[in-house]
Design a protein around this ligand. Structure first.
Ligand code: HEM
Length: 503
């Protein structure tokens, strides 16, 4: 009986929530600061702002001296302290790192990642971090990354661009970059090439699965836990997509892991002793557990979680960065001219060793990552009560969200032209790339959990950019809308439709 009443209550709350949401979506409000209503807290105002969540967060953080507290409905456990104050960021991510793990609540919200590196703390995280650092920084792995990117570029991306020139067909650059990065990341992470970058454009289930899971995770931040759990259980709304996504990941990894185990049983690893290139899956299945005691190479779920996170890290971030980069270039033709001149001068023939000489291109990529960071949010949860440098008090287990998107646009940090795309801001008077501290330029995170793929990312983005900018003119289709989807990965709602011509 008690259970029945409980379910009835959940149902009423759910209906109330939906009716209220529909009612509110018919109104338009543009004031950044939200009213804190009795019982409902700031949720009504937030729901109105969700479609423009990134802009709204930027406005509200600008208006509140870079830190504000979102109050969720009474007893819903959705209060969040949002900050972009560089002093707070430095404190949370670096100087008082031990007090700010990801925390259990966030772990539940991001359950799709299981025990992957983004979702774990303490000793398991340390072992994941040290072991992944060992492989990503290995010279052979870096050579493997470069050769994989170059061959996919020449044999996959370029033929599609050539075809679109010859046949005069529009292409969706976001889709192309996602396919390019899914193939390359999959080769590096699993040793398997899904070959989705081809003129036939096969359907990519993995892509819908990541989008569904990332959108679901976003909404979980502002919904009471009982509500998203109920939606997941019934299979409705974004939670239905989340369920489907998890099923796709599980099926895909079941196949890949069992094939790899068979391969290892019949052939062994061969390559580690000679230091030859090894995919990340093979590395984790044969990892040295005397060195990394918390890793479980023979546990399929553990391997699935580890490799899924690396695959998403490799595919969705870099494809997002490339998409926004080419969109910004389409609006800034003078930057394209400068990059082209730099390429012709510094790199008349493609040689990866010359990529470092392309300083203006570096500046343009950093500028794009500042304005459109592929991972737009970071989250933390204090172990013990604390006071942040801004004076805000945070209690144990509070949720803290850092808006990486808004952090790149604060006028008090970046100047009055913070919203402008200006690659020159990254170049020093002596013509070198300017270094900005990571707690200010946060696209790759800061402190002990700084991104491990930064070097690989710049290599891939610059390799692709050089090939495209040197050979093609890219024009975004007139009237094409470029809105970011409210999600935990920054992708364009309608892709990026462009026409391609030879220069
Ligand atoms: C444009 C490209 C990329 C961006 C903007 C980016 C951004 C980030 C951010 C913001 C984090 C912190 C996430 C968190 O703490 O929840 C992170 C962590 C990480 N990134 Fe990247 N990333 C990119 C590419 C890559 C690539 C290509 C790889 C690897 C192949 C990679 C591997 C990692 C790993 C392993 C971590 C976890 C670090 C840790 O928790 O200790 N990233 N990245």
């Amino acid at each position: 009986m008690a259970m029945l009443i409980g379910l009835l209550e959940i149902f009423i709350a759910f209906v109330f929530f939906l009716v209220f949401q529909c009612f509110l979506l018919h109104k338009k409000i543009h004031k950044p600061l939200l009213t804190n209503w009795p019982v409902l807290g700031m949720l009504p105002g937030l729901l109105l702002q969700v479609p423009r969540i990134y802009e709204w967060l930027t406005e509200v953080l600008e208006a509140t001296d870079m830190t504000f507290c979102f109050k969720g409905p009474w007893l819903s456990g959705t209060d969040i302290l949002v900050t972009v104050d560089p002093a707070n960021i430095h404190y949370i991510l670096s100087s008082n790192f031990v007090n700010y793990p990801k925390g259990m609540e966030f772990k539940k919200i991001f359950e799709v990642l299981g025990d992957g590196i983004f979702n774990v703390d303490s000793e398991l995280w340390e072992d994941m971090r040290n072991s992944s650092h060992a492989i990503f920084s290995h010279q052979e792995f870096q050579k493997f990354s470069l050769s994989t990117s170059i061959s996919k570029l020449k044999q996959g991306l370029v033929p599609i661009l050539e075809n679109s020139v010859e046949e005069n067909i529009l292409v969706d650059l976001q889709d192309l970059f996602q396919r390019f990065l899914f193939d390359t990341s999959s080769i590096l992470m699993t040793g398997y090439d899904p070959k989705c970058l081809s003129i036939e454009m096969p359907k990519v289930e993995f892509s819908d699965a990541v989008d569904g899971a990332a959108d679901g995770v976003f909404y979980r931040h502002v919904k009471p836990a009982f509500l998203w759990k109920l939606q997941y259980w019934i299979g409705v709304g974004v939670e239905k997509k989340m369920r489907r996504g998890i099923a796709v990941f599980d099926q895909l990894f079941e196949k890949i892991i069992s094939a790899k185990r068979e391969e290892l049983n019949s052939h062994g690893t061969h390559n580690d002793s000679k230091g030859e290139a090894m995919d990340v899956l093979t590395y984790y299945m044969t990892v040295d557990t005397t060195k990394y005691k918390h890793l479980k190479p023979s546990n399929d779920k553990f391997i699935r979680d580890a490799i899924l996170s690396f695959l998403i890290a490799g595919r969705d971030t870099t494809s997002s960065a490339l998409t926004w980069f080419f969109w910004l270039l389409s609006k800034n033709p003078e930057a394209v001219t400068k990059i082209r001149q730099e390429i012709n001068k510094q790199m008349p023939k493609f040689d990866p060793a010359d990529l470092d000489k392309l300083v203006y291109l570096d500046g343009a990529v950093c500028e794009s990552l500042r304005l459109y960071p592929p991972v737009p949010f970071n989250h933390k949860s204090p172990v013990k009560p604390d006071v942040l440098p801004s004076g805000h008090r945070v209690d144990e287990n509070w949720k803290i969200v850092i808006s990486i998107y808004a952090a790149g646009r604060m006028k008090s940090v970046w100047g009055d032209d913070a919203e402008d795309f200006r690659p020159g801001r990254w170049i020093s008077d002596s013509g070198k790339l300017k270094h900005e501290p990571s707690y200010k330029f946060l696209a790759f995170n800061a402190g002990p959990r700084t991104c491990l793929g930064k070097k690989l990312t710049f290599l891939q983005i610059k390799t692709v950019a050089v090939e495209i900018i040197r050979n093609y003119d890219i024009k975004v289709v007139q009237g094409h809308k470029t809105e970011p989807v409210p999600s935990v990965l920054l992708r364009m709602q309608h892709g990026l439709k462009v026409s391609v011509s030879k220069i």
